[in-house]
Design a protein around this ligand. Structure first.
Ligand code: GLC
Ligand code: GLC
Length: 812
């Protein structure tokens, strides 16, 4: 069953039934000020850091689900309703939610009145703007009462949920005209406050939650709305809120706009106050004035649309398959931007409190985003590298506000360093900016330790070879890419974290074939970077290590039919036919086939056939098989999950693309495509009831074949799945791949495709690409024609003239 439809022309997903199987959300803002908004206006806002600068409050995992948000209540005679259906849940005559590129429009209609709310964060603005449009479609005059509502969070989202003995006494507000200011803790150490305004005089307001709702009412029945009159309450402690009360009279056919601004301000210490206890409101007023008319708001929305027009013009395809086109051209790129901004911090599955920016996650995220705003990817690479340790190890996460490594989690995830090479090489392939390698970058944020970024890549590479185990394979440390394969943890205590507990690292022999494959794939990028930088001795040295690793994998990492996954603490195989459960894992098949290990001897094909046979199912490729059915203390968290979920044999969508790319290495375009389609959300729209999460974005995990409910997805939005699928489809299946010296066109498509067209902007030039497949092949370029002349290779040069160039590639 479907709950809406795609509107590709407007780049929107249109939800027409508010009772989606899970809140289907969108993100507003792309730089500093952010909001999450569900299809019924649930969600919250924050400035930069979802933990430390939470502006509005949200209640997670509540009853009902998705409680708290940016609500409007409309009282039309005795009828009280909300445009997003919730929280009132009054039956509407019509409902529609349009999630677009960083904006959302929610429209409800009841008894001849339509209320439509546009929500967005204008570019370069520290505020969310809401334009409420009321239209009287009836034949009579309508006298409406409108109440807005937001609830302030007392800034630190974690303590806001627990330290009530303090919180209930700290809340402070100021009310001036139609603006409500939340100045809690501003008097002491904070240099910031928030505000909520409306561009018309109000008939009343409320700032104290209990006065607004009454202590025993829910979001669906505020006392004030029922009475049809504000209490003009002033919050002192307890839970401060902001609600405006507006009376609106509309003639038949008449429409009126009301513009609300929910903003954030920072002031220098010497500019904090206007007078004693009265905050300096200058910056708030400036922002409010920028958006105080409909035409200003419409112009700002137009700017946002143009911004996205530009971002999404860099890579576009015309494949003849609308489901594919809408993913590649719109939604997958959009999700890549969102994951780039948020890493794994704030979604409807991540509380915004727990996790900062991940070292490995952020490096992978930028691969899906780098073509759009390379300058921000560059900055991100420097930030990430600055949290590395001198020995090449790294903090697993860092905090976005301070950009410092997170000590609670620390380091020891031995795949982390190699991802810095992946991210940096990806950035240089896109931009040609080799200068980034000369940037001086500190270790552990200590400026006195700064060395070139190139040196950071060298210590990343060396961290692997300095930490080899008894078979010559990389030691796994706390975990590799799979956070839950904890081979040194040995935890018997439910109060310990699998990620941070290592009970047996000293003298551990646990080794990872996944890291070995990763080392080969991106070690080759490192070698290329050495060569391009004129460091030939270093290139030779690295080459020897990569070759040695290939030999080691072939000797100790091959199980006969597939690649083994690891060696455990005791030196026993993990992911081998010898094991009772978890005989085969996806990660090592993905990395080692991407590396082409044993390609000529048929090892890759064998491994991929084993994946097809043992891991593939209707909903995608599961992570391991057979699923673990009991707890293995020597494997850690992976075996803590029920079979079929998450890392224990769930379809972990993040690494399905590794197999897709592996299939392109062996030239099997049919299978690569089959795997792509299986987990691609636009192809799952029809089964939304089962799939549950948004049909326009990827989820991290779909329950696998061993699960109670195979096919049910979880953890949508913030997942490396976004960038990896974009990378796999655009660079390996469609095969348009930035390389150090040009744009490589090397598709590996399904044999039944006749071809496709694409436009790729690359280093200032525009490539109009046409791929033809007259002979029903998957892979192999027969002829290349550039600007109507035959060309010698499928590596198309950088023309550097800023013009359009026609590239015609015929497979055969
Ligand atoms: C989560 C983490 C990612 C990890 C993956 C597998 O998606 O964000 O870092 O690689 O799980 O455990
Ligand atoms: C859990 C999840 C994993 C995630 C990790 C992050 O182990 O299963 O996906 O990466 O938490 O801490």
């Amino acid at each position: 069953m479907k709950y809406g439809h795609f509107d590709d022309k407007n780049r929107e997903y249109v939800i027409t039934n508010p009772c989606t199987p899970w809140p289907w959300i969108n993100y507003l803002g792309s730089e500093d000020f952010f909001s999450l908004i569900s299809n019924s206006a649930g969600g919250y806002s924050f400035y930069k850091d979802a933990k430390f600068r939470r502006i509005t409050r949200y209640r997670y995992n509540n009853v009902p689900m998705d409680s708290g948000g940016k609500y409007f209540y409309i009282k039309d005679g005795d009828s009280i309703w909300s445009p997003g259906w919730k929280p009132c849940k009054t039956e509407l005559d019509s409902y529609e939610c349009r999630h677009g590129m960083n904006y959302t429009v929610i429209t409800g209609e009841k008894n001849g009145v339509s209320a439509s709310v546009l929500y967005f964060v204008p570019l370069k603005t520290w505020a969310e703007v809401q334009k409420l449009t009321l239209t009287n479609n009836s034949g009579e005059v309508k006298k409406l009462k409108v109440f807005s509502f937001v609830e302030w969070c007392l800034w630190n989202a974690a303590s806001d949920m627990e330290n009530f003995q303090r919180n209930f006494s700290t809340g402070e507000v100021e009310i001036q005209g139609s603006v409500i200011y939340h100045k809690t803790e501003y008097k002491e150490r904070r240099d910031h406050y928030a505000y909520y305004s409306v561009n018309v005089p109000v008939q009343g307001f409320d700032t104290d939650r209990e006065s607004f709702f009454d202590l025993y009412n829910g979001f669906d029945e505020p006392q004030v709305v029922a009475e049809g009159k504000s209490h003009n309450s002033e919050a002192h402690g307890w839970s401060p809120i902001a609600s405006h009360y507006i009376e609106a009279e509309l003639k038949p056919g008449e429409s009126k706009d009301f513009i609300f601004v929910l903003g954030y301000v920072e002031n220098n210490a010497d500019e904090k106050w206007e007078s004693k206890n009265i905050i300096n409101k200058r910056k708030a007023k400036e922002t409010i004035a920028k958006f105080n008319t409909s035409s200003k708001v419409d112009a700002a929305l137009d700017d946002l649309r143009k911004y996205w027009d530009n971002l999404l013009s860099i890579y576009t395809i015309d494949s003849g398959d609308e489901k594919l086109d809408r993913m590649v051209n719109i939604w997958n790129q959009y999700q890549c931007m969102i994951t780039f901004c948020f890493s794994r911090s704030a979604s409807f599955f991540e509380s915004g409190i727990g996790r900062g920016m991940g070292f490995r996650d952020s490096n992978q995220d930028l691969i899906g985003f780098v073509h759009q705003i390379p300058g921000r990817a560059r900055e991100r690479i420097i930030d990430i590298a600055s949290t590395q340790f001198p020995d090449g190890g790294c903090y697993h996460q860092y905090q976005p506000m301070t950009k410092r490594g997170n000590n609670d989690i620390g380091g020891g995830f031995n795949d982390d360093p190699m991802w810095l090479i992946f991210g940096t090489a990806g950035y240089i392939k896109e931009t040609g900016d080799f200068n980034i390698l000369d940037e001086m970058v500190p270790f552990d944020n200590d400026p006195s330790s700064a060395r070139s970024l190139f040196d950071h890549l060298t210590v990343s590479f060396d961290h692997v070879i300095d930490n080899l185990g008894p078979h010559g394979l990389p030691l796994i440390g706390r975990a590799d890419w799979n956070d839950c394969l904890n081979l040194n943890c040995f935890s018997n205590d439910p109060d310990e974290s699998f990620q941070t507990t290592e009970n047996k690292t000293e003298g551990s022999k646990a080794e990872s074939v996944m890291i070995a494959g990763l080392f080969v794939v991106y070690g080759r990028d490192y070698i290329d970077l050495c060569i391009k930088s004129g460091k030939s001795a270093e290139a030779d040295r690295a080459q020897k290590h990569v070759e040695a690793m290939i030999a080691t994998i072939r000797k100790h990492g091959w199980d006969g039919e597939w690649f083994i996954r690891a060696y455990d603490y005791y030196g026993r195989k993990v992911g081998s036919h010898e094991n009772e459960e978890g005989k085969i894992f996806i990660e090592s098949q993905g990395m080692c086939t991407m590396a082409g290990i044993g390609l000529n001897e048929g090892l890759c094909t064998k491994a991929l056939n084993a994946v097809k046979e043992r891991l593939d199912c209707q909903h995608g490729i599961v992570l391991n098989n057979p699923a673990f059915t009991k707890y293995y203390i020597e494997y850690g968290e992976i075996s803590s999950y029920p079979a079929g979920y998450k890392e224990n044999a769930g379809v972990f969508c993040h690494n399905n693309p590794w197999i897709m790319i592996g299939e392109t290495v062996v030239g099997n375009g049919d299978r690569a495509w089959e795997y792509y389609r299986k987990i691609c959300p636009s192809y799952l729209e029809e089964i939304s009831d089962l799939h549950k999460t948004e049909p326009y974005v990827y989820a991290q995990m779909i329950a696998g074949k061993d699960a109670y409910k195979p096919g049910e997805a979880k953890n949508s939005w913030l997942t490396g799945t976004a960038s990896w699928n974009f990378y796999a489809i655009t660079q390996y299946i469609l095969g348009i791949r930035p390389d150090f010296d040009g744009l490589l066109i090397d598709p590996c498509i399904p044999t039944h495709w006749k071809g496709f067209k694409a436009t790729r902007k690359f280093r200032g030039d525009t490539y109009r690409i046409e791929v033809l497949n007259p002979d029903g092949k998957s892979k192999g370029v027969k002829t290349v024609i550039v600007d109507d002349l035959p060309y010698k290779s499928n590596l198309i040069p950088v023309f550097g003239d800023g013009k359009e160039h026609k590239v015609k590639v015929v497979l055969g």
